[in-house]
Design a protein around this ligand. Structure first.
Ligand code: PEP
Ligand code: MG
Length: 587
């Protein structure tokens, strides 16, 4: 560690906030190594077999190292261990007899180059292919491909693995890039935070940093020229600010902010078992949205009273054929059992447009967002629907389950599903399948403007409503929710959307059925008074948002604001309306 010189000046950087929290520590530079500057050596045809053999041996060595890391990952608990496990498995597959290794062998022969150079060429091509796919998830996987390349070159050159084992206490790791494996194996008792110059908010590194609770920022390159080992550094993973060698005033300011943040987190954690009841005694059900079974742990840790939206698409992804009833049942049963008596709202397959696209042999129509999707697809492909319903019914024997239908627009769709469900249950019972005495409640997503405007009719046929404001906004305002060109117009607080939410909530109340809201706005605590004021009694959101929404509920006097919330929808100017919502949030 170098000594800090007296004349070091404070330098601030504004980067991309990746993982929340404030870290104040000392720089620990981590050099990801210059293995990428490998030398290309021309070889003679007679050496080709030797080089091909070298790459096979290197792949075996790299695989051994990965296996060692896999064993370590298994010992880690929680989401970080799981995330790392998936990742290492992916590395394992890329290394074992895969297209990559075969590609390298072919390239050695065709280009007559050494194995290291052949690895770099193949990795470059794979990275280019991923980058051209115009898909955030796949472009984030470029880092994984490069990591596998780095490991192969290290194994070829017998270079010892650079590790973060010598980390000092309170270390803020500053690096151009950290492999996710490095990140996950960081000791959170020693590491205080991370600053990298490469990567993305969706990268595995970012995911792992978040699950380890390490504040992280992606900053500009310059920080690597300036930061020296041992320099004092502040990382604010909530705002993206990084300060090198902070002066006394800055330090004091960030220490204060960090203390406040920690106090806030401690207070929120204490709320886990506190019921979500407003000051004037209205109980609100706070639920979690999940997309994968392994999110149940986070849902329970946040104090969720159940799963308000379990998106079932995961079972249909990354595979050629359709999942069998048994496969679906097993995945659903696991979640229902882990929720231990708390309700699980399973949404039937919501495919089409932005979800799963051309998978499942769907014919993509001229306007997929308005085409054969979600419940329309399920009713058109009865086998898919019945298999899924059978799996859900079987899972319902293990705890309370609700069935939720996506993109419903007419009452006939609900009737048709209910009829199919009743017949299916009868058939299953006759053949001795164990089902609960009462069939699960059947609810509909209100996410099409037509459904919202016909909410009174739908309420008569449904057991509950779940308002999906993500799609409701898209369809009401004719703004594709995935198109960044029109993202500035995407506004769930547009008067038209709010009126639809309000009418749906009132229709549910009039029919005496529960109504939840499970779009992204459910997790915005500034909107909690507005939504509860509309009469919504359940909110379902990402588990991480739940404690702050609960805090808002505990401070709220619902009787005092509900009249005002309801009147607010008579304002038709979106700007004035926003101001009024902000005022309501302040009450
Ligand atoms: C919604 O549309 O608001 C919703 C919750 O469903 P999804 O985001 O899965 O479309
Ligand atoms: Mg939706």
């Amino acid at each position: 560690m170098k000594n800090k010189s007296a004349q070091q000046t404070e330098r601030s950087y504004q980067g991309l906030a990746v993982a929340n929290g404030i870290a104040i520590g000392r720089v620990y530079r981590h050099d990801s190594g210059d293995v990428f500057h490998v030398q290309e050596v021309r070889i003679s045809a007679s050496r080709v077999r030797d080089e091909q053999h070298r790459i096979l041996e290197a792949a075996a060595r790299a695989t051994d190292r990965i296996s060692g890391l896999q064993a370590e990952a298994k010992r880690m608990s929680g989401a970080a261990g799981e995330e790392l496990g998936y990742l290492l498995e992916a590395y394992h597959q890329m290394l074992s007899g895969s297209r990559l290794i075969r590609g390298v062998q072919k390239r050695i022969a065709s280009d007559l180059v050494n194995a290291e150079a052949a690895v770099m060429k193949e990795i470059g091509l794979m990275a280019e292919a991923f980058a051209s796919m115009d898909d955030d998830y796949l472009s984030a996987r470029i880092a994984d491909v490069r990591e596998v390349g780095r490991r192969l070159v290290e194994a070829l050159t017998n270079k010892p693995m650079q590790s973060l084992a010598k980390l000092h206490k309170n270390a803020v790791v500053v690096a151009d890039e950290l492999s996710p494996a490095d990140t996950a194996l960081l000791d959170p008792n020693l590491a205080a935070g991370l600053v990298t110059t490469l990567g993305g908010v969706e990268s595995h590194t970012a995911i792992v940093a978040r699950s380890l609770g390490l504040p992280a920022v992606i900053a500009e390159d310059d920080i690597l020229n300036v930061a020296r080992d041992g320099d004092q550094i502040i990382v604010d993973g909530s705002t993206g600010a990084v300060v090198l060698n902070p002066g006394a005033a800055t330090l004091k300011d960030f220490r204060k902010r960090r203390a406040a943040q920690m106090r806030g987190q401690r207070a929120l954690r204490k709320l886990k078992t506190v019921p979500a009841v407003t000051k004037d005694g209205f109980a609100i059900r706070l639920m979690a949205n999940i997309e994968l079974p392994n999110e149940v742990e986070a849902a329970l840790a946040s104090g969720a009273e159940g799963i308000g939206l379990f998106r079932s698409e995961f079972m249909f992804m990354n595979r050629d054929g359709l999942p069998t009833e048994d496969e679906q049942f097993e995945a659903l049963r696991q979640v229902v059992a882990e929720m231990n008596g708390r309700p699980v709202t399973i949404r039937t397959l919501d495919v089409g447009a932005d979800k799963l696209g051309s998978a499942l042999g769907m014919k993509i129509g001229p306007n997929p967002a308005l085409g054969l999707r979600a419940i329309r697809f399920s009713l058109n492909r009865r086998r898919v629907l019945l298999t899924q319903l059978a799996a859900i019914l079987r899972a319902a024997a293990y705890g309370p389950v609700r069935i939720l239908l996506p993109m419903v627009c007419t009452v006939d769709e609900v009737r048709e599903v209910r009829m199919a469900l009743n017949r299916l249950a009868q058939r299953m019972r006759r053949s001795g399948v164990k089902l609960p005495d009462q069939l699960p409640p059947l609810g509909v997503m209100i996410e099409i403007p037509g459904a919202a405007l016909a909410a009174d009719a739908l309420a008569a046929e449904s057991d509950f409503f779940a308002i999906g404001t993500n799609d409701l906004t898209q369809y009401t305002l004719a703004i594709d929710r995935t198109d960044e060109q029109v993202a500035y117009l995407y506004n769930p607080l547009h008067p038209a959307v709010l009126r639809l939410i309000q009418f749906s909530a009132e229709s549910a109340a009039a029919a005496g059925i529960p109504v939840s809201l499970c779009g992204e706005i459910a997790g915005d605590d500034k909107l909690t008074p507005l939504l509860l004021g509309f009469g919504i009694t359940e909110l379902s959101m990402a588990a991480g948002s739940l404690p702050k929404v609960k805090k808002r509920i505990l401070d709220l006097n619902l009787t005092a604001i509900s009249g005002r919330a309801r009147r607010l929808t008579s304002e038709s100017d979106p700007t004035k309306l926003r101001g009024m919502i902000d005022e309501l949030a302040e009450i």
